[in-house]
Design a protein around this ligand. Structure first.
Ligand SMILES: Nc1ncnc2c1ncn2[C@@H]1O[C@H](COP(=O)(O)OP(=O)(O)OP(=O)(O)O)[C@@H](O)[C@H]1O
Ligand SMILES: [Mg+2]
Length: 386
């Protein structure tokens, strides 16, 4: 978890061309190594935040491509929330994110805090996200060979293991999903948006408003009662792993009923020993079948209903590399919140997977359940493959 750090021993910071330097100085005493960009600089970099430079919009706000004075390209994320968080708290979180350096994690260059504006400046990644390329609408020019997919899976695992096991205090990402896996020019994956959930008010980050595009990745215990541990990230990683191998989104309401939710589908095929049939057909059979099935089984290990049965990220790395074998005797069926989805979007009875225990044990938890079910209509739209 992210925790506020004690900065008493630090008093250095870097301020890049900021007119409010003196005013900020008080807030910043103790914050070190955070680059501050002036709003003016970022306006110039993005051509006044022009529509042509806008590269996307997510739950946190709009993202613009910009060219910094140094010539470096940047992804400039304008946070949309009316955060009640004070400047000092904001910068404290920013410092935690700024300190993170890893080949598979997007680098935060710095931020801008002027008036009500809170803007984050990141390293720009040339090849967009896995959501828009591998799982997108087929217009991507990138060919995801089997080797490339293996590298992506291992890279993402390394990045997440760094957050979970090498940072002190450890960082739970909270939103591992295909749109938060960005690719550089060599298709090296970089995880984005770690640490962000702490920057905006809790009611914006939890299930109620941001669930639509993310639901299929949410561990049941996190979605239903907000229980957040590293094991919730590991569940999301498992879903992502299965998406990378199969080349399909976790939820696709256009498919026949029993194929719509990838975790239901993979469990059926696992039991029939037909996992290999799930591997992306666009590979035209050009993949290592033993390795692909192993990756799918690791996905199953990570998405088990009981958080304590899911492996740690360092164990996942050993499993992916083949250093450790997948112990199938211990494998239990995936946890899924599709029971609740069923009520809204699927009139047919449940499949052989019985997730009753999940819905019945959580429906009394009040507003979170109501929020969740009321989001289902959006969910079915937002996650469809188009
Ligand atoms: N560092 C970056 N380099 C290149 N493109 C980026 C970068 N960061 C974000 N983007 C692009 O900007 C778009 C919006 O990203 P953003 O993180 O705001 O939303 P999201 O990940 O789609 O959803 P969410 O807000 O739920 O995380 C995405 O399409 C992403 O590909
Ligand atoms: Mg994102």
């Amino acid at each position: 978890m992210l925790e506020h750090r004690n900065f008493s021993s630090f008093n250095i910071f870097v301020c890049i061309d900021n007119p409010n330097k003196v005013e900020l100085q008080t807030e910043l005493s103790g914050v070190h190594n955070v680059n501050l960009y002036s709003y003016k600089k970022l306006r110039i970099a993005t051509d006044d935040f022009s529509q042509t430079n806008k590269i996307g919009e997510g739950g946190f706000g709009s993202v613009y491509k910009g060219k910094l004075k140094t010539g470096q390209m940047a992804a400039i994320k304008v946070l949309s929330s009316e955060s009640s968080q004070g400047l000092k708290e904001f910068l404290t979180e920013i410092q935690v994110i700024s300190d993170v350096e890893h080949e598979n994690l997007v680098k935060l260059y710095g931020c801008c805090v002027e008036g009500n504006q809170k803007i984050l400046v990141y390293n720009y990644l040339e090849n967009n996200s896995l959501a828009q390329t591998l799982l997108g609408n087929g217009h991507s020019r990138i060919q995801f060979s089997w080797r490339t997919r293996v590298n992506i899976c291992i890279g993402v695992a390394n990045g997440l293991a760094h957050l979970h096991e090498e940072m002190t205090p450890h960082i739970v990402h909270r939103d591992i999903k295909a749109s938060n896996i960005l690719l550089d020019k060599d298709l090296t994956p970089k995880i984005s948006d770690f640490g962000l959930a702490k920057l905006i008010p809790p009611e914006m980050t939890h299930v109620s408003t941001r669930v639509a595009g993310t639901l299929g990745y949410l561990a049941p215990e996190y979605a239903m009662v907000g229980k957040l541990t590293r094991k919730a990230d590991i569940y999301s990683f498992g879903v992502l792993l299965i998406e990378i191998v199969t080349g399909r989104c976790n939820t696709n309401m256009r498919l026949p009923t029993d194929e719509q939710y990838i975790l239901e589908r993979i469990w059926q095929l696992y039991k029939r020993r037909e996992l290999v049939t799930l591997v992306d057909t666009s590979l035209n059979g050009d993949f290592d079948a033993e390795q692909a099935c192993r990756f799918l089984k690791i996905g199953l290990l990570c998405t088990q209903d009981s958080p304590k049965l899911r492996p740690s990220m360092s164990a996942v790395i050993q499993l992916l590399s083949g250093e450790k074998n997948v112990d199938e005797n211990k494998l239990t069926r995936p946890g899924l919140i599709s029971d609740l989805m069923d009520m809204k979007v699927r009139p047919t009875p449940k499949t052989e997977l019985d997730f009753n225990h999940i819905s019945s044990s959580y429906t009394s938890s009040g507003s979170e359940h109501l929020d969740l079910t009321s989001s289902m209509a959006n969910f079915s739209q937002a996650t469809m493959v188009v």
